[in-house]
Design a protein around this ligand. Structure first.
Ligand SMILES: Nc1nc2c(c(=O)[nH]1)N[C@H]1C(S)=C(S)[C@@H](COP(=O)(O)OP(=O)(O)OC[C@H]3O[C@@H](n4cnc5c(=O)[nH]c(N)nc54)[C@H](O)[C@@H]3O)O[C@H]1N2
Ligand SMILES: Nc1nc2c(c(=O)[nH]1)N[C@H]1C(S)=C(S)[C@@H](COP(=O)(O)OP(=O)(O)OC[C@H]3O[C@@H](n4cnc5c(=O)[nH]c(N)nc54)[C@H](O)[C@@H]3O)O[C@H]1N2
Ligand code: SF4
Ligand SMILES: [Mo]
Length: 726
């Protein structure tokens, strides 16, 4: 059997590591890895939000398995989830606060010294340059209670609005797109839709790599047509009934073409349009020029494929439109999202199970950040500009209304601009690793060098970002703290602490409490709070009556497979779909039929840079690799960065399979890369994953952002390929 496993996964597994455990139902378990107890929790990687059981022995998690009772995954897990306990004990964990010394080395200090230094420096910077000279960058990977505490601490405690998260690098375009069309954020569909839709249209979403357990739902679907739209033939595209390999960023043209055909052939849901939307006449005028020929020309797709897509959508009773970063990572991301919403609205594909324009989110709790982090909007999907919203919150919090911020501060890229311009002098980075993940690294490094203080709070050290810090705060991570995560389908699930954090590391929640104490504002900000449950209680009150209503959610319910908001007296068991009554969160209750036209890419190819660089992910790794590169199994499966190159392009540049290559853009270069020569990529494009800090693809990407959402255009910039001779 062991030989068989070895053969199957081709890895060097020590024989003595395997022995029968006391759990024959779940197969081989190493003798040292037989848990004493199992703790229920939720995966802390992606937004699918799988339920899991953590096998604990002493103070270590020794195994993870899927929770058979959890509706999201019914026992399934992907390779990252199954190995999620390994990074907890990695030698790279941050275990003590660290202060940078004049010679550039780090010195371990106690928490008191660290907090003292942090608060004194921030206060002196703010006294000299104003409260807005302090900026904060957070994440989509904290617990909701932590987001909520951090938001109050930053906005009210430190008094700065220059606060945003890496969620702007990820899904802010979906947020803006939803707000424009429906008057509020909030993905309207659910996973059940994947099991019941007759058409599943995935646009710029490679779920086979990035949301693998969504297949759990698709494979239950008795009859469906899967259409995948992506310039690259991904693993997801290979599973499709119809693959649309369109030109980069020509999704807008495809959507306009589909809308044109649907209007022209009277396949619209006129009843829905008349009762629940505005702007149809303008949409008809807009769509008139986008006939089949024009659409084929602009997208590069054959007319038959466009027609086949049109027919599927026009005749489908329930169409699930799912998209991810192929849409959001664009300077036109927000408007593309609204155009997808428009197509869903005119065909009546919203408000029913299986029929929804559904932004598949990314990180485990990007949704929790959207709902309650107080960064891009005040908690409970409120608006900074809205006086009633401000009044309501001030009353709930028992604070002077005049202290509530009246407008959003700088978004993530604007914070970096602010640092570069010398307006932001102190920066606190919580659970994100910009020195791998932010576009145009040279520009970012130039900016960060200007700071008076960089504080980085991370579960791991060294990372490229902690190495640059003046102060490192060691954080507890998933498995070491309690709270909740909201997944892509609005399901709020409980994540539980199974083991204590290593060394002096503290939860982000505790760090917020401590800093509030240091500011002398703990009781004012967090009255009577001792643990994350107290924060949850306040979240329930603050969300009451809002779209993201948690008022009916209890910690107990959350632990039983999670519950989809809104959960309140009207929906005690949560809700599978939003907008079932066709009433939207706009002033007149109607959805807006918005449209747009495609623009040129932010950076053109020319003779020196003739290829378009596409970037993204692979199933084995998570983002900047601080966790998954520490898992031997995953790292052996995908040990180094690669560039995907079409055979014709390889021939053109004189590259053969065993060569090493360099990629060069107008901003930087990355050398000594493995090449994968494959037909999956178009001859004019190359693809590279962004997980590898030592081969950082964001040295090459362009600092171009969606003006509405601030989201970077990560998926296209101009590069050239060179042979690299070692
Ligand atoms: N294994 C793994 N899973 C993850 C993550 C991870 O790091 N690793 N990260 C999580 C996070 S935070 C996120 S946001 C999600 C992201 O999940 P995805 O969005 O699926 O991931 P990406 O690989 O970034 O991009 C998706 C696809 O967009 C395509 N694309 C590029 N340009 C275009 C275009 O112009 N039009 C269209 N239609 N498509 C285009 C790319 O070829 C790529 O296949 O994954 C989550 N899940
Ligand atoms: N070229 C290119 N760049 C991209 C993308 C792309 O497709 N192409 N995708 C973008 C997207 S969608 C995203 S979401 C971003 C992600 O980019 P990042 O946010 O930079 O990626 P992560 O590696 O997830 O960083 C999270 C950090 O938080 C730490 N951490 C984990 N858990 C905890 C915790 O509980 N507390 C604390 N304090 N720290 C913790 C981790 O060690 C890690 O350093 O990257 C973006 N960058
Ligand atoms: S699909 Fe996502 S949530 Fe599920 S186990 Fe994998 S990484 Fe975790
Ligand atoms: Mo993301």
């Amino acid at each position: 059997m062991i030989q068989k496993i070895k053969h199957l996964i081709g890895l060097d597994i020590k024989e003595e590591e395997y022995a029968y455990g006391n759990d024959p139902e779940h197969g081989y378990v190493s003798a040292q890895k037989i848990p004493d107890r199992w703790v229920k929790s939720t995966c802390g990687y992606c937004s699918v939000g799988c339920g899991m059981l953590l096998g604990v022995k002493g103070d270590r998690i020794v195994a993870v398995r899927g929770d058979e009772d959890h509706p999201v995954n019914e026992g399934d897990l992907c390779p990252k989830g199954l190995s999620e306990h390994h990074p907890l004990t990695s030698p790279d964990r941050a275990v003590s606060p660290l202060m940078k010394q004049p010679d550039g080395s780090f010195k371990a200090v106690d928490w008191d010294t660290a907090y003292g230094h942090m608060v004194d420096t921030i206060q002196s910077v703010q006294a000299k340059h104003g409260p807005q000279s302090f900026g904060v960058l957070s994440t989509g990977q904290l617990l909701t209670e932590e987001f909520y505490a951090l938001g109050k601490l930053v906005q009210l405690g430190f008094g700065t609005t220059n606060y945003d998260g890496n969620t702007t690098l990820c899904m802010s375009s979906a947020v803006v797109g939803y707000k424009q069309s429906f008057g509020s954020d909030g993905p309207p569909g659910s996973y059940k839709g994947l099991a019941t839709a007759d058409v599943i249209f995935l646009i710029g979403a490679n779920i086979a790599d990035n949301h693998p357990i969504l297949w759990h739902h698709i494979r239950k679907n008795p009859e469906y047509k899967l259409i995948v739209c992506d310039p690259r033939k991904t693993k997801t595209a290979m599973l499709a009934d119809l693959f649309l390999p369109l030109k980069p960023r020509r999704d807008i043209d495809l959507l306009n073409g589909l809308i044109h055909l649907i209007i022209k052939n009277r396949k619209v849901d006129q009843n829905y349009i008349d009762n629940h939307t505005t702007g149809y006449e303008e949409l008809c005028q807009h769509a008139a020029p986008f006939g089949l020929e024009v659409t084929a020309l602009r997208t590069g797709l054959p007319e038959e494929k466009i027609l086949e897509t049109y027919e599927a959508i026009a005749n489908g009773k329930k169409v699930f439109f799912g998209w991810t970063m192929g849409i959001n990572h664009s300077t036109q991301g927000s408007d593309t999202v609204s155009l997808i919403n428009t197509l869903a609205l005119i065909t009546g594909n919203i408000g029913r199970t299986g029929a929804a324009p559904m932004s598949i989110t990314g990180q485990c709790n990007a949704m929790g950040s959207r709902e309650f982090s107080f960064s891009s909007s005040p908690p409970g999907y409120r608006k900074f500009e809205n006086e009633t919203d401000r009044k309501e919150l001030a009353e709930l919090w028992n604070i002077d209304e005049g202290l509530m911020p009246t407008a959003r501060g700088a978004n993530y890229p604007e914070i970096i601009d602010g640092v570069l311009e010398g307006k932001i002098k102190a920066l606190w980075v919580v659970a994100t690793n910009p020195l791998v993940s932010f576009p145009d690294q040279a520009r970012l490094k130039k900016a960060l060098a200007k700071l008076e203080i960089l504080i980085v709070q991370d579960g791991f050290h060294p990372t490229p970002t902690t190495q640059l810090a003046d102060l490192v705060l060691p954080a507890a991570i998933w498995g070491e703290k309690d709270g909740c995560y909201t997944n892509s389908e609005r399901r709020v699930s409980r994540a539980n602490a199974a083991v204590p954090p290593p060394g002096l590391a503290r939860s982000d929640f505790q760090i917020c409490m401590d800093l509030a104490e240091r500011l002398g504002k703990r009781e004012w900000l967090f009255p009577g709070w001792t643990c994350s449950e107290d924060a949850f209680e306040e979240i329930r009150q603050v969300s009451k009556g809002r779209l993201c209503d948690y008022s009916g959610i209890t910690i107990e319910k959350m632990g039983q497979g999670g519950i989809q908001w809104p959960c309140n007296a009207a929906n005690p068991e949560g809700a599978d779909s939003l907008y079932t009554d066709g009433v939207f969160k706009t002033d007149d209750g109607k959805a807006r039929l918005l449209f747009t036209v495609s623009e040129e890419l932010p950076e053109d190819v020319d003779n020196s840079y003739r290829l378009i660089l596409n970037t993204g992910r692979t199933v084995e790794h998570w983002h900047t690799g601080t966790k998954t590169r520490n898992v031997a199994l995953l790292n052996k499966l995908a040990p180094e960065a690669w560039v995907e190159v079409n055979p014709a392009t390889a021939t053109y540049f004189g590259i053969t399979p065993h060569d090493r290559v360099s990629l060069v853009s107008r901003r930087g270069r990355v050398d000594d890369l493995l090449v994968r020569i494959a037909e999956t990529i178009h001859p004019d494009h190359v693809f590279m994953p962004f997980h590898f800090a030592e081969k950082c693809i964001n040295e090459l990407t362009v600092a171009a952002f969606d003006p509405k959402s601030g989201e970077p255009n990560y998926k296209q910039c101009a590069v050239r390929l060179e042979r690299f001779d070692r």
